[in-house]
Design a protein around this ligand. Sequence first.
Ligand SMILES: Nc1ncnc2c1ncn2[C@@H]1O[C@H](COP(=O)(O)OP(=O)(O)O)[C@@H](O)[C@H]1O
Ligand SMILES: [Mg+2]
Length: 399
Amino acid sequence: MTKKSSGHPCALGPTSVGIPKRLQSPGSGKPAVSALAAPPSPEFSFGLKPTEVARHLGRFVIGQAEAKKVLGVALCDHFQHVRLTLEGKPAPFYQKQNVLLLGPTGVGKTHLIRSAADLIGVPFVKADATKFSETGYVGGDVDDLVRDLVRRTGGDVKRASHGIIYLDEIDKLATRSSGAGRDVSGRGVQTNLLKLMEDGDIPLISPNDINAQMQAAISAARGQAHGGPDTISTRHILFIASGAFSGIGDIIRTRRNRPHREGSDVLSHVSTSDLIAYGLEPEFVGRLPVRVACHGLDEDDLFQVLQKSESSLLHQYVRAFAAYGITLRFEDGALRALAALAGHEQTGARGLMTVMERVFRDLKFRLPSTGIRRFTVTPAVVADPVRELRRLLRGRKIG
Ligand SMILES: Nc1ncnc2c1ncn2[C@@H]1O[C@H](COP(=O)(O)OP(=O)(O)O)[C@@H](O)[C@H]1O
Ligand SMILES: [Mg+2]
C-alpha cells in the first residue's frame, strides 16, 4: 500500500477554487489546462477532458500512448458519472468500465495510475493482489480495500463509494497448473473480488475485526447509534487492475496462429479467451472489460524517461549532490549511455535505477568529502566511473 498515492487531498471537494495544484505547469503559475467555463459545482468539480488527462500523464510517463488514452477516457467517464449521480441524475443502467492494464515489468503501469490518481481527486487505494488470501485470515480480506477507501476520506462513505481501487499484480491470481500462477486460493480471491467489482454491500466494520465489532456492540447497547450507514455499496467504485502476465504472449500467438510474426506488441491482441487460458476465471475477466497493453521501453524511451519525465531519477541524483553543495550535470551522451546499459537489464525503467546506482556508487561515497563543487557526468564517467573519479581526485587531498 503506498502512502503517497492516497489521492488528491481535496478529493471530490474544493477543486472548485480552480485547478488541482498538480495540473499547474511548474514555474508559470498558470494552469496547464483550461478550467471549465461554467463555475463547477462546489461539491464536485473536475472539468478535464480525456486529452488533458493524457497530457498530464505525459509529464511523468513516457510512451504508453494507448494506455494514456484509455485511462483518460475511463477516468473522465467515471468522474462525469459520479458528478451526474451526485447532482441527482442517476443512471440506473450505467455499467462500470473497469480497466485491465497489461505489460512487462517496469514500463509505467503503476506509475500511470499513481499519476492519474493524484490528478483526478477521487479517493484512491492501491493494493497488490498477492496480499489477499481466500479466507482473509492469512493475508488481507478483499473487503478491506473498500474500508480503506472509507478511511482515506476520513469516514465519508458517500465520497468513498465513488473512489477508485487499483489492484496490482492481478496476474498472480491466475491458477494455471504450469506454475506461473500462485495456488488454488487465487481462485477464491478472484471470487471474493467479483462481488466487489460488480455491486456489493460491504460492512463498514470488518467481521474479522473483533475489537471494532465489540466497540460497535457496546455503542449500540448504550443507545449511541452513529447515525451513518453500516455498509458501503461498491456499485460506483471503479476498478483498475494491472499485471505483467508473463508468458501470455505464447498463448496469444498460438491462438492467432502466428508463432513468429508478432513481437512485443503481441499483448495488444489479448482476448478474453487468452486471459482465461492464462488461469483467470471467466466471470472475473468479464468484469474487466477495458483492456490495454503497455509496451516495453526501448533505449530511446529510457533516454526520454531520464531526460524528459518530471519524475526522472536524474532529479533525485541532482538533489542528493546538491545537498552537499555539488552541482551535478549530465551530458546527453551520458544519458544515452545510461539508457543503453539499462536496456540490457530487461526490467524496463527499473533498469535505470540499477545502472545509476552502479555508476554513482563511488561518486556518491567520495565526492561529498572532496570540496569539488561541480561534476559533469560524461559518457566516460558512465563507462568507467571509478577510473574517472581517480583521475579527478589525483593530487587532491580527501577530507
Ligand atoms: N514509461 C515510463 N515513463 C517514465 N518513467 C517510468 C516509465 N515506466 C517506468 N518508469 C519509472 O520506473 C518506475 C517503475 O515503474 P512502474 O510503473 O512501477 O512499473 P510497472 O509497469 O511494473 O508497474 C516508476 O516509478 C517510474 O519512475
Ligand atoms: Mg507495478
